[in-house]
Ligand binder design. Structure first.
Ligand code: NAP
Length: 285
């Protein structure tokens, strides 16, 4: 129940209407409040235009917002407003979770934890191939480095952006960047293939970044991980499953990055199952 004690959490982005975060977070907060009546938070979406970011952050400080998620287009732009940025967020160059401290706002990036959550049980990591070199690809590179991949190959369509991408990871010798035409050589050695492009996302559900003959080049043990969660599954994952490959979609990453953020704000374990159920239900409805 919203009362005079209710504290505020939220997400900033522009546009923001598509966000699933309020559904997941408010489900978790409602479930927690049944066990801990004093835990009284609400999580709201805030459409913040790029030129209003500074005013929004000052307003959040003034009205006592406890913490917030950050999504496109503010993930990099938020950095100058933070007094403290975790090492992982500095490496990725983007923040998706901000919380209040006595010294001001602190930020981190929970996308890495989110991406890793469904992969923890796998062991034999050698070559990861990542399609795309945008913000999500950066979190995936950090996660693959943490998993100990001996080779991390990022594939993109723009040579200048790829060169900049490589340069921004100066201490990551195992990182290489490639044109799409290199895939024919890369795919037969791939243990983990990640789609970090929007190819195949609703409403372009009939598209796939790889066609069946390319998927057939992957070894039988390869895992195909698509960061997209609408539709579920994507065409890429359907084709992978038809080839007998293991496939993971982006919903668990979304749920786990949210759970990691909520744990930071509440400083206690959070009901991940309630968040997952709320997200799955949202797509069924
Ligand atoms: P982004 O920063 O815009 O990067 C997108 C990347 O895909 C860029 O490298 C872009 O290349 C490339 N790309 C776009 N269209 C392409 C095409 N037709 N052919 C080849 N390359 C193309 O986006 P992002 O934030 O990284 O997000 C990427 C995807 O991950 C989105 O589908 C997003 O929904 C998903 N995602 C999921 C989660 C989750 O929790 N599951 C979290 C974050 C992101 P250029 O730079 O050359 O344009």
């Amino acid at each position: 129940m919203i009362t005079g004690q209710t504290r505020l959490l939220g997400v900033i982005g522009y546009p923001i209407a598509h966000t699933l975060s309020p559904v997941m977070h408010n489900a978790a907060l409602a479930s927690l409040q049944q066990q801990i009546p004093d835990l009284n938070f609400v999580y709201l979406p805030f459409a913040v235009q790029p030129d209003q970011l500074s005013a929004a952050i000052a307003g959040f400080a003034a009205i006592g917002v406890q913490g917030f998620n950050v999504t496109i287009p503010h993930k990099q732009a938020i950095l100058p407003f933070l007094n403290q940025v975790s090492a992982i967020a500095q490496a990725v160059g983007a923040v998706n979770t901000v919380w209040r401290t006595e010294q001001g706002w602190a930020g981190t990036n929970t996308d890495i934890q989110g991406f890793l959550a469904p992969l923890r049980t796998c062991q034999d990591w050698q070559t990861a191939v990542i399609l795309g070199s945008g913000g999500a690809a950066r979190a995936v590179v950090a996660a693959c480095a943490e998993l100990g991949f001996s080779r991390i190959a990022v594939v993109g369509r723009n040579q200048d952006k790829l060169s900049q991408f490589k340069q921004s990871w100066q201490n990551l010798d195992q990182l290489t960047v490639h044109a799409w035409s290199d895939l024919e050589q890369l795919l037969p050695q791939t243990n983990l293939l990640v789609n970090a492009t929007p190819i195949g996302m609703h409403p372009n559900s009939e598209q796939s970044p790889l066609a069946q003959p390319e998927i057939a080049l992957l070894p039988a043990h390869a895992l195909v991980y698509d960061l997209i969660y609408t539709p579920r599954p994507t065409l890429l994952l359907r084709l992978a499953e038809q080839s007998g490959l293991a496939a993971i979609d982006g919903l668990e990453m979304l749920v786990q990055q949210g759970a990691a953020a909520l744990e930071i704000w509440l400083q206690q374990p959070v009901p991940v199952a309630a968040m997952r159920l709320a997200a799955e239900q949202y797509f069924k409805d």
